[in-house]
Ligand binder design. Structure first.
Ligand code: NAP
Length: 308
């Protein structure tokens, strides 16, 4: 009656781990991924905090490894196919796909992850792709021997700034407070890097340029003093938002698009589970994403046993 026991949406660490566990539970499972396998790891240069590996892992190697392992146990993976709608059928769900097609399933695990938050300042949208970037791995090499600015003080901002020093002449880190949010070990590396200059207690007001970025106007939050920092590129790392458009009307979410599912990954839509960065959680890391994936698969199995 149903095409699948479990449909997984999203091919990052959470989705692929859900696929591994669901397949090992002998559930008929398919995973849809519209873009690269591995989610955010695909654009992370090196991962050095995944337990069990003494040498850093290339982020881009992780998705294919997770995928190969899950497929070994029977997971069906459909890459470059995106779920555009989830329709509850009570029982089960119908999942509408892009570019075309649809499938039915007893349960759905949503592991769509996050997208970068935007600042919403003048010039940001207008010069996106022309000097404004959210991906150092993708765009860093365009800034060889140029001066650039990174906005933010979290892990992403500081790690990506360190990566950008390979190309840029100088990297200004503009942060709104005088203390960084990033892990201490990452902070230490940034403080020791001669190419990095911290511009603390400053907020960006406007990205200046026309067809390309010429600078960023910044304001000292304590004195109110404004000035122009001449840079050729601005990388924005001011946090994440849940990629949860697909779930609007299906389950509740907070104002940043995160799903208030507990550690059991259960949402308020029966049979629908939220795993990985999309879920409200205190720490978004690969290790917490894979844990969610495993839990979601086990919860899906229990749900099927109880309801079908
Ligand atoms: P984050 O930890 O939430 O940090 C966001 C930073 O942006 C904070 O320093 C915040 O300032 C600043 N910020 C937020 N809104 C701002 C605004 N409107 N104007 C100016 N500054 C603003 O986010 P993240 O660094 O993107 O990391 C997101 C998650 O991914 C975290 O769980 C992180 O551990 C994980 N992660 C990412 C990477 C990576 O992508 N390379 C690596 C490791 C872990 P305040 O500090 O003042 O709030």
């Amino acid at each position: 009656m149903f095409d699948y026991d479990v449909v997984i949406i999203g091919g990052g660490p959470a989705g692929l781990t859900a696929g591994l566990y669901a397949s090992r539970a002998r559930l008929n499972t398919v995973l849809f991924e519209g873009m690269m396998m591995g989610g955010q790891t695909a654009s992370t240069e090196m991962v050095e905090n995944y337990p069990g590996f003494t040498e850093p892992l290339a982020g881009s190697s992780m998705g294919p490894l997770f995928e190969a392992q899950a497929k070994k146990f029977g997971l069906e993976v459909r890459q470059f196919q995106q779920a555009t709608r989830i329709i509850p059928k009570n029982p089960g769900f119908e999942i509408i796909l892009s570019p075309d097609g649809q499938v039915s399933a007893k349960t759905v695990i949503v592991a769509t992850g996050t997208q970068w938050a935007t600042l919403g300042i003048p010039g940001e949208q207008e010069m996106k792709g022309a000097g404004v970037s959210y991906c150092a791995t993708c765009d860093g090499a365009f800034y060889r021997d140029l001066d650039i600015a990174v906005i933010g003080g979290g892990n992403a901002a500081i790690e990506e700034s360190l990566f950008l020093t390979r190309f840029a002449r100088k990297v200004y880190i503009i942060h709104r407070r005088d203390a960084l949010r990033a892990e201490k070990i990452i902070q230490e590396r940034a403080f020791a890097n001669e190419k990095i200059e911290f511009v603390l207690n400053h907020v960006p007001l406007r990205i200046v340029g026309d067809s390309e970025v010429k600078g960023v106007e910044i304001k000292q939050v304590k004195t109110g003093e404004e000035r122009l920092l001449a840079v050729s590129g601005v990388f924005i790392y001011v946090g994440m938002r849940g990629k949860s458009e697909l779930l609007e009307g299906l389950t509740s979410m907070d104002d940043r698009g995160f799903i208030p599912a507990g550690e059991d990954t259960i949402t308020d839509c029966p049979g629908l589970f939220a795993a990985g960065d999309i879920r409200q959680k205190p720490l978004r890391q690969i290790v917490t994403a894979v844990a969610d994936g495993a839990v979601a698969a086990v919860q899906a199995e229990k749900f099927i046993e109880a309801n079908f």
